[in-house]
Design a protein around this ligand. Sequence first.
Ligand SMILES: NC(=O)c1ccc[n+]([C@@H]2O[C@H](COP(=O)([O-])OP(=O)(O)OC[C@H]3O[C@@H](n4cnc5c(N)ncnc54)[C@H](OP(=O)(O)O)[C@@H]3O)[C@@H](O)[C@H]2O)c1
Length: 320
Amino acid sequence: MSKIIAVTGATGAQGRGVVNIMKGTAGWTVRAITRNPESDKAKKLASEGIEVVQASFDDEASLVTAFQGVHAVFAVTNWWEHLFMGKSQDEAGALEEEQGMTIARGAAQTPTLEHYIWSTLPSGKADFPGKLVTPHMDYKAAVDARIKSELPKLASKTTYLYLGFYPQNFFTYPSIKPVQYPPGSGTYVQIQPSRPDAKVLLAGDLDVNPGIWVRQILAKGPITFGKYTNVALEKWSLEHMLEVWSEVTGKKGIFIPCTLEIFAALHGTAGYELGLQLKYGELCDPWAVKDNFIDAKELDIDPSEVVGFRGVMEKLKHLA
Ligand SMILES: NC(=O)c1ccc[n+]([C@@H]2O[C@H](COP(=O)([O-])OP(=O)(O)OC[C@H]3O[C@@H](n4cnc5c(N)ncnc54)[C@H](OP(=O)(O)O)[C@@H]3O)[C@@H](O)[C@H]2O)c1
């Protein structure tokens, strides 16, 4: 009989990427979790034969029910949704941390659970105390620490998954997408609050890469327990990303560094938050290999299966 993986965020970028791969993985079936089974994205999942179950990160009992009988859970929270609903950076973080713990507590009450995979990020606040905060990263990292201290049994079967920067942001995220300037010139500028040589870890194609990592983590089982890993094979400078964007789209791109303050004036709090992440990338090798790390090679990730930055540019270039 197949094992079941419950995928939270199954209608979103990461979770959908997990579903795409796990639905075709021998020995596994997928249970997609959503607040609204009637949404178009949830109905699309159901039309593909995937079990869709209603639950909310704000309702522990709903998660306990949704996780009944599952062998694995992929857990992801969405800090940005809280920000876009009008919360401050720290309010959004507090809500995200609580939701992260609610999912974890739901999973911890699942007797059949063999593996918990938590989508998280490193913390600028923890790595540079008193110098930097990166709320959308810090509160996720706080969940890591709380899983370890408050839910040790769950921690003993948890793998912590760092998702790099989404290349699709080049087409979908207003503060990242290169814009034509001056109008009609055919030249595109990308104004960012960072040195152009700062390195960013790249998640590659969200449609497949999260699922490739999840499938391999599950296949490797206990050797991944308590370990961190990166959904990524590329760590590129912002400048190099724009060069590749230009090569693929045929449009001339110019990178213009600016201050965090100017970027926040242009793009508000969401821009400020993104800038904090880029500052973190200037200060250190972000997502650097640390203790308790398991790399792509140890997971038997096949590089030819992984779709990187250039592949995403090719796929989405019609949106440039
Ligand atoms: N953009 C980047 O470059 C990047 C890079 C690394 C990490 N991240 C992190 O990625 C996270 C977001 O993941 P994503 O991009 O996959 O999100 P997404 O595409 O915006 O989708 C969010 C998903 O979360 C689900 N969800 C949200 N609140 C829920 C709740 N209360 N109960 C149940 N489900 C809920 C939604 O499901 P329903 O709406 O169907 O209920 C949806 O499937 C953020 O925390 C961000 O920090 C982003």
